[in-house]
Write a protein that binds this ligand. Structure first.
Ligand SMILES: CC(C)(COP(=O)(O)OP(=O)(O)OC[C@H]1O[C@@H](n2cnc3c(N)ncnc32)[C@H](O)[C@@H]1OP(=O)(O)O)[C@@H](O)C(=O)NCCC(=O)NCCS
Length: 249
């Protein structure tokens, strides 16, 4: 499989070829400006009372907006792909907090991530997905915890890449690991050093050091943000379609 990160209309894209029937929608919302009251109201109407109450408890407006967009986007993206009204989709969560579509967890999967400036949501049929986003500006934080989250071999590789000027490599590797952990439904309590990856400078050749080969990983960087997607599908390689979510909200 050829996998190249690519850009289209400012939206990072992933080139993964094969069966269009099994495509994965990768929606990206960027906070280019503060949300208007109209957008907040429109999105709020899509949510349940419980979701609205939970969001209202976040301390900052930025965090409330991220959570609001994330939930509204998930609902709109699922409804667009599979039908039904956005408000009618029902979610549950695992003990570790991984949300899933109630009663449809074996057929439909979705996962979302938010960071300063953006929210992403992946939606899939017949595949397991996990996503993560981090601003590249968080490189300092990632480097500080490097010994706890990267294996020795990964750290040597990162050091080589950084000495060649590939400064975004640690953030990218971290988002790949977190996307994988989220696809599995695990949390930050995991020993991330045991999830060892092999990667090239552009993260186009990216794989798990050990595994059964059923997982695929994609990573892209655009506008100062690293985006990663982990997916496991039983059949052919799904096509990943990156979309700007502004039109959905
Ligand atoms: C999952 C987790 C790694 C996300 O961390 P993060 O980088 O701060 O957040 P992101 O923005 O990338 O993702 C957050 C979203 O991931 C989803 N999510 C939450 N827990 C998840 C999990 N265990 N697996 C996959 N996705 C999860 C949610 O949709 C959440 O957004 P929402 O709260 O607005 O719905 C972190 O919340 C975590 O470690 N959770 C597990 C906690 C745990 O193990 N608890 C055990 C209690 S016994």
């Amino acid at each position: 499989m050829t996998r190249h990160a690519q850009m289209a209309n400012g939206v990072p894209g992933f080139d993964a070829r094969s069966s269009p029937a099994a495509n994965i929608d990768f929606w990206i919302y960027r906070f280019d400006q503060e949300l208007t009251a109209a957008v907040r109201d429109r999105c709020g109407l899509l949510l349940t009372d419980e979701e609205r109450d939970r969001i209202a408890r976040f301390h900052t407006q930025e965090r409330r907006d991220q959570a609001l967009i994330a939930r509204a986007l998930s609902r709109r993206a699922l409804a667009r792909r599979f039908g039904g009204a956005p408000h009618d989709w029902r979610f549950s969560a695992t003990d570790r907090g991984r949300p899933f579509v109630s009663g449809k967890e074996n057929a439909i999967d979705f996962n979302l991530s938010h960071a300063a400036g953006c929210v992403v949501c992946a939606v899939a049929a017949g595949a397991r997905v996990g996503v993560d986003v981090e601003p590249i500006a968080r490189a300092g934080d990632i480097n500080e915890v490097s010994a706890r989250v990267f294996s020795e071999r990964e750290r040597r590789r990162l050091k080589d890449l950084m000495s060649c000027g590939v400064a975004d490599a640690p953030v990218r590797l971290w988002t790949v690991k977190e996307a994988y952990a989220k696809a599995l439904g695990l949390g930050l309590g995991l020993d991330f050093r045991t999830l060892e990856f092999v990667f090239d400078a552009g993260f186009s050749d990216l794989s798990l050091m050990s595994g059964d080969g059923s997982w695929r990983f994609h990573s892209a960087v655009a506008q100062g943000v690293a985006y990663s997607l982990a997916l496991q599908s039983g059949g052919e390689n799904p096509v990943i379609i990156s979309r700007d979510a502004a039109c959905l909200l």
